[in-house]
Design a protein around this ligand. Sequence first.
Ligand SMILES: [Fe+2]
Ligand SMILES: [Fe+2]
Ligand SMILES: [Fe+2]
Length: 414
Amino acid sequence: MTTTERTIGVPPPEMSLNHLMASLSFCLDFVSQGLDRHHQRVTFTSLVLAEALGLTNADKAAVFTAGIVHDAGVSSWREKSTLKQFDVDTPWDHCQRGFDLLRGTSLLAPVAEIVLCHHDRWAADNRSGKSGRDIPLAARIIHLADRVDVLLEPSIYVLYQRENILAAIARLAGRVFDPDLVSLLTEVSSRESFWLDLTSPFLLRRLSEYPLPSLAPTNSQVLLDLSNLFAGIIDAKSPFTHRHSRGVAQAAETLAADMGFSVEEQARVRVAGLLHDLGKLSVPDEILEKPGPLTPAEFAVIRQHTYYTYHILREAGSPDPIPAWAAYHHEKLNGSGYPFHLDASQLSPGARLMAVADTFTALREDRPYRPGMPRPQIEKIMEEQVESGAFDPTVVDVLLANYRHLEELWATLQ
Ligand SMILES: [Fe+2]
Ligand SMILES: [Fe+2]
Ligand SMILES: [Fe+2]
C-alpha cells in the first residue's frame, strides 16, 4: 500500500476545501509587519469579476483555486518585494516556478496554466507566447485583481483610494489589462461593499462560504496533495533546504512505523512532517541564509516559525493531532525548547519523533554556515540531546537502529 492510498482521517465535515486552501495561503503572505492577506484579497476580487461575467461553477472553482495560490512560485522575501511594484518588469520566474509546483499535484495541475499566465499582458510579448484572448480568461482576471491589490495602500482608508486605483488601472486598459475586464471592474467596484469586503476581518469567512459546488470534497488525498505542494513552496525558500520537508516527513514516517503507529497515524505523521516548517516563510531570507551565528534578535524571529505552523494548521482545520505533531518539533522534553516551552508531560510520541526527525534531517544537510555532517558526528549529537534531557531516548534508539535505511531513503530525494 502506498501512502497516497492510506486514509489520513477525514477532516471535520464543516471544513471546505475553500477554507483549507484559503488558510494555507496565509503562509504565502508573510510580510515584515506580520500576515498580509494578499492571496485572499486577490481571490475575492477575482471571484467578484467571475461572478459578474456569469462564469460556470467549474470556471469559478478554477479562478478560486488558481487565485488562492497564484504566487506559490515566490518563496523569497526579495522576490515578493519586487512583485509589490505596480509595473514589475520581469515577473516570469515565479510564474514558471508556480506552474512547475502545481503541475506536480493532481489537485492543482488543471489550473497550472492559469498560474503560468497570471502576469501576461494583454497586448504584449509574454514569455508564455500568448496575448489578448489567447491568455486564459482566469489568468486575465487574476492579473487584474492582483494589480488592484498591489495598489491598495494599507495606511489609507480604503474608500479614499478607490478613484486613484481605478484611474491607474484604466490607464493600462487594452495594453496591460483586458479592456472588457477593466470596464467590468469599474462597474462592480462602484459598490462600497466591494472595497469594504477587501479590507474586512471577515474575508476568510466570506471566501470559505463562497458557493463552489464543483470543488472536490476535502479528503485524505486532497490533504496529502496540498501538503506536498506547500512542502515544495517551503523548501524552495533556500537551496540548502530543497528537500528538507520531504526528508523530515520520510524520516518521521519511518520512526512512526517502527514505534507501532497505526497506518492511519503514519499517514498523519507524513502530513505533519511535510508541513512542519509552514511558518518558515515568516522568516526573512537574510536571517535564514546568514552564513554566521545569529544575533539574539535574529534568533527571536526564527522562533516564531513553529508558532505560525501551529496556528495556520489549526485555522485550516487540520485533523488533530497534526498541528501539534507538526509544530512542536523545537520543543524539548526538559522544557528548554520553543516557542510554547512545553515539557515531557505535554509532548506526545508523535511530537517527540518529529523533533528527532527534524534534527536528524537538518544535521545531514549542508547549511550556509557548515557542511552536512557524517554519521559519527550526528550520532554523538543525538546522544548528547538524550543526556541533556531534550530528546526521548526510545525515539533516538529507533533512529539509530534505522540509520542505514534512512540514508537510503534520503538518497532517493532529488
Ligand atoms: Fe504574481
Ligand atoms: Fe500576487
Ligand atoms: Fe523548524
